[in-house]
Design a binder for this molecule. Structure first.
Ligand code: KIV
Length: 285
């Protein structure tokens, strides 16, 4: 039987008690099932699905409908895990109303428990409005992939005093706007530790060091499925690309060598029917 689904108060307690929160992305039903069986505390249906599932060069082309469909599948696969829906580019930046409506879609249509959106000071009005609508919000500061053009690429942030101050200012703004959790991406471990210590809300890390309240990885990086590049913060736990490619090679070789299908893969006729079938074929010939 799976463990009881965790709620926001559980994550706050875990922060207080120094128990690390385990967090992974998932984009589909089977992966969500594996994650729930493995005991993950929280799943993110990240807009990284644009790269990991659709093969886009970045997250910018991803749209709400895609995120909703994937979030629905993850919800079905992991009914007892806290699921966060990630708001894609331009689903919350253009107006407060649109931000609230799109955030609400993750809950109403996909059964998500919370939403995540990128940005600090500049998305404070959106965070306030979404929280006021009764929705749990996770902020996301540091490296924010949707605005990587403005950041000069997918570059770590907070590596100078001035840049660290900006990241900290963003993190405080997210908490003060009422967000319930925050994700810190690609910042030095000292800056991650400072923010996690300073904030009262759980601060999760993806490349922000070991002293945050929990850790996130992108599942496609973690299992060695995504091939294009591997960020420095990734630890690879298996090489799915090699395993699956090898299995496919073996299948191709079996079919070409007529080793597959074998007798055990077929459907024999019911008892007594084969003789009748053969006689009928003979009579027709
Ligand atoms: O979309 C995603 O998976 C994310 C991570 C890069 C943090 O937002």
């Amino acid at each position: 039987m799976s463990a009881k689904k965790k709620a926001i108060h559980d994550f706050c307690r875990m922060k207080r008690e120094g128990e690390k929160i385990t967090f992974l992305t998932a984009y589909d039903y089977p992966t969500a099932q594996f994650a729930e069986a493995a005991g993950l505390d929280m799943l993110l249906v990240g807009d990284s699905l644009g790269m990991c599932v659709y093969g886009y060069p970045g997250t910018v082309p991803v749209v709400m409908d895609q995120c909703i469909r994937h979030a629905e599948a993850v919800r079905r696969g992991a009914p007892n895990t806290f699921v966060v829906g990630d708001m894609p580019f331009l689903s919350y930046q253009t107006s407060i109303e649109k931000a609230v409506e799109n955030a609400g879609r993750f809950l109403k249509e996909a059964g998500c428990d919370a939403i995540k959106l990128e940005g600090g000071v500049r998305v404070v009005p959106q965070i306030r409005a979404i929280v006021d609508a009764g929705i749990l919000v996770m902020g996301h500061v540091g490296l924010t992939p949707q605005s990587s053009g403005q950041l000069g690429g997918h570059k770590a942030q907070g590596r100078t005093l001035e840049s660290a101050r900006l990241v900290i200012e963003d993190a405080l703004a997210v908490q003060n706007a009422g967000a319930h959790m925050i994700l810190l991406e690609a910042i030095p471990p000292e800056v991650g530790a400072h923010i996690a210590r300073t904030l009262t809300i759980p601060a999760l890390s993806i490349g922000a060091g070991p002293d945050c309240d929990g850790q996130l990885l992108i599942v496609s990086d973690m299992i060695g499925q995504f091939q294009a590049f591997t960020p420095k913060f990734v630890k690879r736990y298996c090489n799915v690309a090699a395993i699956v490619t090898e299995a496919m090679r073996a299948y191709v070789a079996d079919v070409r060598a007529k080793r597959f299908p074998a007798e055990e893969h077929g459907y024999p006729m019911l008892p007594g029917e084969l003789e009748k079938f053969q006689a009928a074929c003979k009579a027709k010939a």
